[in-house]
Design a protein around this ligand. Structure first.
Ligand code: GDP
Length: 365
């Protein structure tokens, strides 16, 4: 499964956020084959469409789709030089598909920050520098290899060399590969380099509870957002402590609490959605008497592959898919009326599934 790794300096609120994630955890009963790793937290992806579908096509049960976060403990200065456990942290980051970078954006004299003051940009740069140095190391090694091949005028090697030449000076300045603009062709090459600073990232400013309703006014958060946007990345403000406190409340109680705080959606829900989107994930639905269920697929997947998300037999024996867009069900309010309006589609092997499709697969066993 795709996973987003939580990183950050010590004492910024990573564990607090990760606790919120595990407390809010998905009903594991629905995922009997899921491995339980203490560093992995599975959460349900909030999706209002599930309730609407179930209102129109009554079902006994609603099952949300899930999303995984991985806790990557304490990245430290000098990690890229392999000091202490440094190498292990970098390896852990290499394994994840997206990075959630938690940054301290609250004042509290009782909680010491590693640098002795609250300075979100310095904190971000401390971590990013380790990641850049690690990437610089990979790029330098790759450079000497590819340079040799490029001498033979090998086309692929020449193209890669050009990309490496674009990347190297940025890393030497402590910058991130994600801030560089690449052509589509170059992007493919970059992908193959598996660099840490090219992974999709969200910066999470851990703000004080009293700022939940107006995070945009928090100076610390403004700085974080500006930094993120300069990199072409996004920033979210969350109060990790509050998220931890409300994680175990039932949905109604949580909504009540949030409204009292002056917000409509929990920070955790916003984070889940943002990470989901960042990874290019989309949702399709199955709807029947037994259950209404949301499933995750990767944007661009074709119908048989998507059927395989449910069961590998569905992919192998795929015949066709009966597809109704959520928006059509929402509009016509019953499958019968959707049919009458000619909005139910039969799709074949080449169909690229869209976010919000309600699908019934036909397959041979
Ligand atoms: P980690 O080292 O990054 O995992 O940080 P922790 O999650 O252990 O948090 C460090 C300390 O900061 C703990 O005592 C938390 O209770 C506290 N903390 C976390 N978030 C907040 C917050 O939003 N406000 C305040 N005042 N304290 C927080």
């Amino acid at each position: 499964a795709l996973t987003a790794g939580i990183v950050g300096l010590p004492n910024v609120g990573k564990s607090t956020l990760f606790n919120a994630i595990t407390k809010a955890g998905a009903e594991m009963a629905n995922y009997p084959f899921a491995t339980i790793d203490p560093n992995v937290g599975m959460v349900e992806v909030p999706d209002d469409r599930l309730n609407r579908i179930t209102d129109l096509i009554p079902a006994k049960k609603i099952i949300k789709t899930t999303f995984e976060f991985t806790d990557i403990a304490g990245l430290v200065k000098g990690a890229s030089k392999g000091e202490g456990l440094g190498n292990k942290f970098l390896e852990n980051i290499r394994q994840v598909d997206a990075i959630v970078h938690v940054v301290r954006a609250f004042d509290d004299d009782n909680i010491t920050s590693v640098t002795g003051k609250v300075d979100p940009i310095e904190d971000i740069e401390t971590i990013n520098l380790e990641l850049s140095l690690s990437d610089l190391d990979s790029v330098t090694k790759r450079f000497s290899k590819v340079e040799k091949v490029a001498r033979t005028k090998d086309k692929d090697a020449l193209a890669e060399l050009e990309v490496l030449n674009k990347i190297k000076p940025v890393l030497e300045e402590g910058g991130s590969v994600r801030s560089i603009e690449f052509t589509e062709e170059e992007q493919k090459i970059v992908k193959g380099l598996f660099l840490l600073t090219s992974k999709p990232i969200i910066y999470v400013g851990n703000i004080a509870e009293e700022n939940m309703a107006n995070p945009e006014d928090v100076e610390y958060f403004k700085l974080i957002k500006e930094y993120a946007n300069n990199e072409g990345a996004d920033a979210l403000a969350i109060s990790a402590k509050t998220e931890e406190e409300i994680a175990t409340l039932d949905e109604d109680e949580r909504q009540e609490f949030l409204e009292a705080e002056g917000v409509t959606e929990s920070g955790l829900d916003r984070l889940i959605k943002a990470a989901y989107y960042l990874l290019g994930l989309q949702t399709f639905f199955t709807a029947g008497e037994k259950e209404t269920r949301a499933w995750t697929f990767k944007k661009g997947m074709k119908a048989p592959q998507v059927a395989g998300v449910i069961h590998s037999d569905f992919e192998r024996g795929f015949i066709r898919a009966e597809v109704v867009a959520f928006d059509d069900l929402d509009k016509y309010e019953s499958m019968q009326k959707v049919k009458e309006a000619g909005r139910m589609r039969l799709e074949g092997k080449e169909y690229i599934v869209e976010d919000g499709d309600i699908i019934e697969f036909r397959f041979n066993v």
